[in-house]
Ligand binder design. Structure first.
Ligand SMILES: [Zn+2]
Length: 136
């Protein structure tokens, strides 16, 4: 028979090849192992899912939803501030580990959060000032 590893002609049923010292029999566990490892280690698959929704970056994901819902009146102010904070935290996590993605979601969270923090914040200030003016 031929050695599976080095293709040297060797005695049948040898457990160790005299030429290369490896197992001359083809390892039945080696073939499925490679087949399973290939799709799991495929980086493009992880990019596809990670690029649309950054499941591995929950801070950026939460910041994104908080940023969107911070447009709601009254409760928006209380969502806008954590949207900015979580967005910055999500961006930091992404910079530490770019594979987790989420920079777009974090950016939307920070952008919307900043706009609505200023909007609702200034409305609250205007409301307080007008209340004080009315009292004086
Ligand atoms: Zn061999």
């Amino acid at each position: 028979m031929k050695c599976f590893a080095c293709k040297a002609e060797i005695q049948d049923y040898s457990s160790i090849c005299p030429q290369c010292g490896k197992d001359p029999q083809p390892n039945p566990y080696e073939v499925p192992k490679v087949g399973v490892a290939k799709p799991a280690g495929n980086p493009s698959e992880g990019d596809a899912t990670g690029g649309i929704i950054p499941y591995k970056n929950p801070k950026a994901l939460i910041a994104y939803y908080l940023g969107i819902f911070s447009g709601l009146p009254f409760i928006g102010f209380f969502l806008a501030v954590p949207a900015v904070v979580l967005g910055i935290m999500g961006l930091r996590d992404r910079n530490r580990n770019p594979a987790i993605k989420g920079s777009i979601h974090a950016g939307i969270g920070i952008g919307c959060g900043t706009i609505f923090t200023l909007l609702w914040g200034s409305l609250i200030i205007v409301f307080i000032i007008s209340a004080l003016m009315g009292r004086l």
